[in-house]
Design a protein around this ligand. Structure first.
Ligand code: CP
Ligand code: NVA
Length: 302
């Protein structure tokens, strides 16, 4: 039987996504050290890019569940010396119970998954960051309840996080307002698939109107460091500040996947203010991914 993967959020139904969120909340609030559903299981974590949250949350999650996580960097494996993805996927997946992959090209994850015998989890690519959305949505549900029918606003780069918000809007059925500078829009094919739930606005202020959640991300993602100066120019009127937060609903929340640059994509006043739930969001990477690991790696779960 083909294993289930999490390559993008479109791999989940709305019902499964909601059950993962509910399970993440239970695992967070009732930690039982004797519950070790992944005892003896191994997760290989291939990181071709830097990480704090993703690495620590998966590693801790596997440990809590009685399993082990292997950190693999391209510097130390034959993947980094050009061994084919096909061969690497066959070999690695014959020895472990799951694989998490963080890499540049989305096709690397899809190709790896095609040849893997075990579940593959996308730990971030140039197109998607689904694990972050599991945590973001758990955070929203904890603070405000179900997000169905609500309006979320994305401000800034039409990047991997923006794409993941678009797919989350499709799966969980919420509306997404987007304000991006010219030339930094999300991929049209991803936008088209989401239909009328997605609306574009000329200014962040208009996009924020009546919003229940405002989200942004860095202006230059990993690998785009050379474009920093040019992007600072393009994005300078896209900082999430107190005026933008005021345009939204009174109970609006602010999220950012982190790492953040205060004074660039978000003012310190907003990210460190009372509407910001960034540290719940970061902690929930652990709980949400434990729910995901249980779902993908334990048979008969959910
Ligand atoms: N948000 C996130 O994925 O953080 P890391 O890059 O630290 O893993
Ligand atoms: N868009 C950012 C997200 C980091 C978690 C990046 O890809 O670098």
């Amino acid at each position: 039987m083909k294993p289930r993967h999490l390559i993008s959020l479109l791999d989940l139904s709305g019902d499964e996504f909601r059950r993962l969120i509910a399970r993440g909340i239970v695992l967070k609030n009732h930690r039982d050290p004797d519950y070790q559903p992944l005892k003896g299981k191994v997760l290989a974590m291939i990181f071709e890019k830097s990480s704090t949250r993703t690495r620590i949350s998966f590693e801790s999650g596997m440990t809590h569940f009685g399993g082990t996580a292997l950190f693999l960097s391209p510097r130390d494996t034959q993947l980094g010396r050009g061994e084919s993805l096909h061969d690497s996927a066959r070999v690695i997946s014959s020895m472990v119970d799951g694989v998490m992959l963080r890499t540049d090209r989305h096709e690397t994850v899809t190709t790896f998954a095609q040849h893997s015998r075990v579940p593959v989890i996308n730990g971030l690519t140039d197109l998607h960051h689904p694990c972050q959305l599991l945590a973001d949505m758990q955070t929203y549900f904890e603070h405000r309840g179900d997000i169905k029918g609500k309006t979320v606003t994305w401000i800034g780069d039409g990047n991997n996080m923006c794409h993941s918000y678009i797919t989350a809007a499709m799966v969980l059925d919420f509306n997404l307002n987007i304000a991006c500078p010219e030339g930094y829009y999300p991929l049209q094919s991803i936008v088209d698939a989401a239909g009328s739930r997605i609306r574009f606005f000329d200014t962040p202020l208009e996009a924020a109107k009546d919003s229940a959640l405002i989200v942004t991300d860095v202006w230059a993602s990993m690998g785009q460091e050379d474009e920093q100066k040019q992007r600072e120019q393009a994005f300078k009127s896209y900082q999430v500040d107190a005026d933008i937060m005021k345009a939204a609903q009174a109970d609006v929340l602010f999220m950012h996947c982190l790492p953040a640059h205060r004074g660039e994509e978000v003012s310190a006043e907003v990210i460190d203010g009372v509407q910001s739930v960034i540290f719940d969001e970061a902690e929930n990477r652990l709980h949400a991914q434990k729910a995901l690991l249980e779902f993908l790696l334990c048979t008969n779960h959910l």
